[in-house]
Write a protein that binds this ligand. Structure first.
Ligand code: ADP
Length: 309
């Protein structure tokens, strides 16, 4: 069974909820629907994911070590949609790998549900651009794969595959092979496969970067709907600031190497949002202004290019 609906679509369209759970009026200035239950677990003192004084250094070819992340302190609330933006090389992927338990930090602590992360776990799953779908398995078998690994009984597996393919509107494609699907459909299979194992935290690393604009728009809608329906916590890395504002409850901007938190932005715009919304574009412009310096630093470091030369 798909977990109970924690936010209704009506809630998304009527209500913008800030991190203290405060109600706000919608874009038309109409008071938010009082029947909508505020998301109780969005209190700041509860963290789903907690990054405490995280630093990561890597060995390089020379004797020096490269500091990828430095002094990162970040709390992610249960059910939050958090977007992380920053220039290429600022440590965004590294951050997701730490939370996934695929890599260890040099110093600091990563906690999920107040428990130290020391290895990968079924409560967290990483989705990235190269989907890792198995071409020799059907769509249904791909979605079933993680459940088999978990030792889920056959009957339960079958029900979950049905439910999650339905959730991503691919129920008619259960017996197709992934090469028979479009890029957007394959990305939805990857999403269904990840969701089927019912992780609490979805870690998404530029999942839509390779898709055309139209398909990406559709997947933004789908992801927002699925997030609303399942109440998962999502940490979404992107270099696309407008995408971050379109999707996120909050956007965290990282500096270029070493990656530090430069600024956090609460996005209290009403949902559903669209990339073309004036308010989305306005907020993206504000973030982009802050990001520009970091991009220039990354260009300088990578290509010796001086922005103001
Ligand atoms: P982003 O996802 O923001 O592009 P990454 O997390 O991939 O950044 O990388 C951050 C920095 O750490 C980059 O400069 C990258 O070259 C470096 N880096 C990442 N992984 C390794 C590694 N395994 N060994 C050495 N350097 C690495």
């Amino acid at each position: 069974m798909i977990p109970k609906l924690r936010r209704t679509t009506a809630a998304l369209s009527n209500l913008a909820i800030d991190h203290r759970g405060a109600r706000r009026s919608n874009s038309h200035g109409v008071a938010a629907d009082l029947a909508v239950v505020p998301i109780a677990d969005r209190t700041p003192e509860i963290s789903k994911v907690s990054l405490q004084d995280i630093s990561v250094t890597y060995a390089t070819n020379s004797d020096e070590r490269l500091t990828a992340l430095q002094d990162i302190n970040l709390q992610v609330r249960p059910g939050e949609f958090l977007c992380i933006v920053g220039p290429s090389g600022c440590g965004k992927s590294t951050l997701l790998h730490l939370i996934a338990g695929l890599q260890r930090q040099t110093s600091g602590h990563v906690l999920v549900d107040n428990t130290l992360v020391e290895a990968p776990g079924t409560d967290r799953i990483l989705i990235f651009q190269e989907l890792g779908l198995f071409p020799w398995l059907t769509v249904g078998q791909n979605v079933e794969f993680g459940l088999r690994m978990k030792g889920t009984p056959k009957q339960v597996r079958e029900a979950k595959v049905r439910d999650y393919l339905h959730l991503v509107h691919l129920q008619q494609f259960a017996d197709s092979y992934t090469h028979q699907l479009s890029g957007g459909m394959r990305q939805r299979v990857a999403l269904a496969r990840a969701l089927a194992t019912e992780p609490d935290v979805l870690l998404m690393d530029e999942p839509f970067a390779a898709l055309d604009a139209q398909t990406r728009d559709l997947l933004h809608d789908e992801l927002e709907r699925i997030w609303a329906q399942t109440g998962r916590t999502i940490i979404f890395v992107t270099h696309n600031v407008r995408e971050a504002v379109r999707l996120g409850d909050r956007v965290v901007l990282l500096t270029f190497r070493p990656g530090r938190v430069k600024r956090e932005y609460e996005v209290v715009l009403p949902r559903p949002r669209h990339l073309e919304d004036v308010d989305v574009a306005g907020m993206a412009r504000e973030i982009l202004n802050d990001l520009r310096d970091e991009i220039n630093k990354s260009l300088e470091a990578e290509y010796g290019y001086e922005a103001n030369a």
